[in-house]
Design a protein around this ligand. Sequence first.
Ligand SMILES: Cc1ncc(COP(=O)(O)O)c(C=O)c1O
Length: 374
Amino acid sequence: MRRPLVDLKKQYQGLKEEILAEIGQALDGMQLFLGKNVQTFEADFANYCGTEFAIGVGSGTDALHLALRACGIGPGDEVITVSNTFFATVEAIAIVGARPVFVDIDPDTYNIDPSQIEGAINSRTKAIIPVHLYGHPADMDPILELAKSHKIKVIEDACQSHGAEYKGRRTGSLGDAGCFSFYFTKNLGAYGEAGIITISDPEIAKQCRLLRDHGQDPKYYHSLFGFNARLDELQAAVLKVKLPHLDEWTENRRSIAQAFDAGLPASIVKPQEMPWGKHVYHLYVVRTPYRDQLRAWLETKGIGAGMHYPIPIHLQKAWQDAGGGDCSLPITEKITEEILSLPMYPELSSEEVKYICDCVQEFAEAELHAAVGD
Ligand SMILES: Cc1ncc(COP(=O)(O)O)c(C=O)c1O
């Protein structure tokens, strides 16, 4: 039997009737333009995150793009972020015409290293985008302090951190805006493309609402040039059904992570949870200098493992072609060669976790024997 990196079928089977009924109702009503489901889900998700507003958009990329625009970021501005992230974080900065500036990451959390931010700030710096990568929050207090003292915005990339907490507050509620993806494999996933922006400032919220819908309010009265970046009503129907289950799924992920922590060999570096953070394990990422060998070994055992991400942004062709230039990010480059994501989803059974741990253990013993030459 194959153990994939993510398996969404079981979760769907459990919710199938409810989801199909909600989709059916939406289709019966034919109110498919920012209708009842979008409005309900926006209110539910704002309440979940602890923000005043949530504005449904087409994807996590839209969320980042529109949040940057709504915060007034554009050509000539610089935005500080990390290179160890999904491409869209940086793409959104480029789309608005601003310049991404990378700082290195903390080797324990794999998130932005706050101690390196101040050195990257200059008069052009207009925003910081911390990414709560893999589901662990970035260390936000020093970031928020720096942003306050330099009068720059903080836009959280919370695309992997639904429900994660920093000192008891949910990610997405800590900066000027929070950007979430509901890509189907996320901890809260739609069955197509979807995203949301969480905000408490009414002015930024108003801008985001206009930008996602051609700058119109009311219909056909356009106060600015915007985009078609609305949250789809059918995806909102799916998300509305799923949201009440998110905390239970998170607890399952956390139990699975604990079982991995206990069952994997000592030679494998496991993810850490900082005392100030609640990890929601969107991904369970381990490290080993034998990453490629371990991945190939797991493949022979029917276990799907992934790399998030195999090439940091500053080494991508797009970055070089855009004249991004060389960056000194030694920790980012080192961990990129060692990280491996093991299967992680709420329905992964304890037998499957044990099987995966046993296979990694077998690999570690074989490596040890090879190293001592017996
Ligand atoms: C860290 C991060 N940022 C941004 C995105 C973009 O989200 P989407 O794929 O919904 O556009 C993703 C999703 O893959 C992500 O993981």
